[in-house]
Design a binder for this molecule. Structure first.
Ligand code: SAM
Length: 205
């Protein structure tokens, strides 16, 4: 991994640790709410194994997960489209991407995820376009996000969803989401206990 990327990831990882332990007193709207380092490493490896070129992310925050993805995607000269509605977080993410030297790999879409995903799904060129997606925004709309993303994913593409097990307040809702996925014969899906618990779903048809 390039030095600049590793440095930014380490710094953000430390910031996330401080937020989670409440060592740093950050107002809720400014919190990173990031995936764990182990989750970042696993997603990075999945992207490499798949030789992924095109990635879609819902819920960028300050870009920690995006950088983990961009590190793998940039090797294939690919692109990430990432969605975020909080303008302050977008500014912080842009700074982080510049510092990591991967800004060219990432295209930020500023706004409401449901609206942006609906717009993307109406564009013919995005049909089965993405090799991989990460869903990590509000949990209330997770099924709607998944349903909008699925037609945009290539056959054998992967959709990863964070927070399947933690925070515990979402567990029941995320269990229903996982059960919903299991009913679909065109998908293979597993819940992995890594990090906050992630759902790894493959579109087989
Ligand atoms: C859990 S954080 C994402 C963390 C990020 N994936 C990471 O690991 O670094 C969720 C982010 O989704 C954004 N978000 C929540 N609901 C959204 C929505 N409806 N549309 C767009 N962004 C949303 C929040 O502002 C927040 O920054």
């Amino acid at each position: 991994m390039k030095n600049l990327i590793a440095q930014v990831l380490d710094k953000l990882s430390e910031q996330s640790r401080k937020e989670k332990s409440r060592e740093a007193d950050v107002p809720p709207e400014d919190r990173m709410l990031a995936i764990t380092k182990e989750t970042g490493e696993l997603i990075n490896m999945i992207l490499r194994l798949k030789k992924a070129k095109n990635m879609l992310e819902v819920g960028m925050s300050v870009g920690y997960s995006t950088i983990w993805c961009a590190e793998a995607i940039s090797e294939k000269s690919g692109k990430i489209i990432t969605i975020e509605k909080n303008p302050n977080k977008i500014k912080r993410a842009q700074t982080n991407f510049e510092k990591a030297g991967i800004a060219d790999t990432i295209s930020i879409m500023n706004g409401e995820a449901l609206q942006i995903l609906t717009e993307l799904s109406l564009k013919k060129e995005y049909g089965e376009f993405f090799d991989c997606a990460l869903i990590d925004a509000d949990k209330e709309n997770v099924i709607e996000y998944f349903d909008l993303i699925l037609p945009l994913i290539a056959k054998n593409g992967i959709i990863i969803t964070d927070n399947m097990l933690y925070p515990e307040k979402y567990r029941e809702q995320m269990k229903k989401f996982s059960e919903y996925l299991k009913k679909n014969p065109n998908l293979i899906t597993i819940t992995s206990p890594i990090g906050n618990g992630i759902e790894i779903t493959m579109k087989i048809q």
